[in-house]
Design a protein around this ligand. Structure first.
Ligand SMILES: O=C(O)CCC(=O)C(=O)O
Ligand SMILES: [Mn+2]
Length: 203
C-alpha cells in the first residue's frame, strides 16, 4: 500500500476488523534527524524474553519508560521517569491524534538482521481495545499485518517521520511484524506509545 499518496494530517486506512490511521510525514526530515540523534543517546538495551519456556535475547535493542509497569513475554518493565524528549514527542502525538498515552516502548533496529516477530499488542495491562501510536525514524522498514482468522495480509513501508496509529479492535484480529531483510539497512528507531489504564486495586 502506498502511504505517500495520503494528504497532510492523519488519514484513515480502510482495514477489516480494525482501525488504522497514518501520517507519513508527521515530522520533517531535519526534525527526524535531530530526534534520531537525541534518541540514540538513550540507554538502549538488549533484553531477554521467555518464548516456549526458554529465555531468548530479543533481536533488537529496546528502551522503555512509563507511568506504570508493563509485562510482556515474561519480561516486566518497571515504571520509570520520562526523558524530556519523549515527553515532547508524546505531547505532539497526543495533540494531533486526540489520544492520551502514559508509556512508550522504543525499538532500535541496528541493521536488517534486527526484527520483530509476529505478535499483537494485547497484554491485559493495555485494556480491551489498545491504542498504539507508532513513530518511525531512520531507515524505512516493511511493516506486515496478518488477519488472525482469514489470513488477509497488508504491507506498509514505514519511513522516516511516519506516524501509524492502531486502534479499535486491531489487536484482537490482527498480528503485525517487522521482517528481517538481507538488503543494506541503516538503523531505525521506532517508538510505540501506549496507554495503560488503571487496574482494579491501583492506588
Ligand atoms: O517497529 C515497529 O514498527 C513495530 C514495533 C512493535 O510492533 C511493537 O513495539 O510492539
Ligand atoms: Mn507491536
Amino acid at each position: 500500500m502506498d502511504l505517500f499518496s495520503q494528504q497532510e494530517g492523519l488519514a484513515r486506512i480502510e482495514l477489516t476488523d480494525g482501525e488504522l490511521l497514518v501520517q507519513p510525514h508527521f515530522y520533517c526530515a531535519s526534525r527526524c534527524r535531530a530526534l534520531f540523534t537525541s534518541l540514540e543517546q538513550l540507554n538502549w538495551q538488549q533484553q531477554a524474553i521467555q518464548m516456549f519456556g526458554k529465555s531468548v535475547m530479543q533481536p533488537r535493542l529496546q528502551f522503555w519508560c512509563g507511568d506504570k509497569p508493563y509485562t510482556y513475554s515474561g519480561l516486566t518493565l518497571p515504571a520509570t521517569p520520562w526523558p524530556r524528549i519523549l515527553l515532547a514527542i508524546k505531547s505532539e502525538i497526543e495533540q494531533v491524534s486526540g489520544y492520551q498515552f502514559n508509556s512508550v516502548l522504543g525499538n532500535l533496529y541496528r541493521d536488517g538482521q534486527d526484527y520483530m516477530g509476529w505478535h499483537s499488542d494485547d497484554e491485559p495491562e493495555l485494556g480491551s481495545c489498545p491504542v498504539i501510536a507508532s513513530l518511525s525514524l531512520g531507515q524505512t522498514r516493511r511493516f506486515l499485518m496478518r488477519h488472525k482468522q482469514t489470513g488477509e495480509k497488508h504491507e506498509f513501508a514505514l519511513g522516516d517521520g511516519c506516524l501509524l496509529i492502531m486502534a479499535g479492535a486491531t489487536q484482537h484480529h490482527w498480528l503485525h511484524q517487522i521482517a528481517k531483510t538481507q538488503r543494506q539497512c541503516e538503523p531505525r528507531i521506532n517508538l510505540t506509545f501506549r496507554y495503560i489504564p488503571n487496574q482494579p486495586g491501583d492506588a
